[in-house]
Design a protein around this ligand. Sequence first.
Ligand code: IMP
Length: 200
Amino acid sequence: MGGQLMVATTNPGKLAELNRILAAGHVDVELISLAGLDAPAVRETGATFAANALLKAHAIAEFSGLPTVADDSGLCADALNGMPGVLSARWSGRGATDERNLQLLLDQLADTPAARRGAHFTCAAALVLPSGREHVAEGTMNGRLLTAPRGTAGFGYDPVFVPDKSELTTAEMTAEAKDAISHRGRALRALAPVIAALLG
Ligand code: IMP
């Protein structure tokens, strides 16, 4: 039996995704989420995805006393010089929702022709041990942005994002198909051997 690993999320979908990826890599650890725990809220003040993932992982490792994985991710649109980037979740300001963020992005790109609608998602996944030792892995998914939403799976900007070599938006894919190519899947698969070496 491997050790315990805290996952700095209350989102059951994220926990299940990491569980699938670690199981596929035969990494034997027991995942624990923040659901039901009175964890400190961590402000995402970093300028990069890696900085924010590390901020969260350090704070929760300190809170829990356990090795902790945290991730931070977002959409970078070429025509917006890489924005919304680390501001993806908060793009439409106070009270931001996925719907408002998506609509604002579409409005901002209303006059941007297909040739300049390239974008990518990036995810940084950080592992921090109680000793303070840290490791970060990143994953990217390249694609392009549509002018209107399509599909109902996924979340966030998925309904307008078509990955390279795909005709479907990530909101029209199964969770498994998206995991195989997604920024988060890639970052977590890159981190899995490090988790195995340190904890498995
Ligand atoms: P967080 O890493 O959970 O804080 O997510 C940051 C934000 O980036 C989310 O609220 C979404 O707006 C966006 N985002 C990150 N990953 C995805 C994805 O796989 N699909 C759609 N939107 C995403």
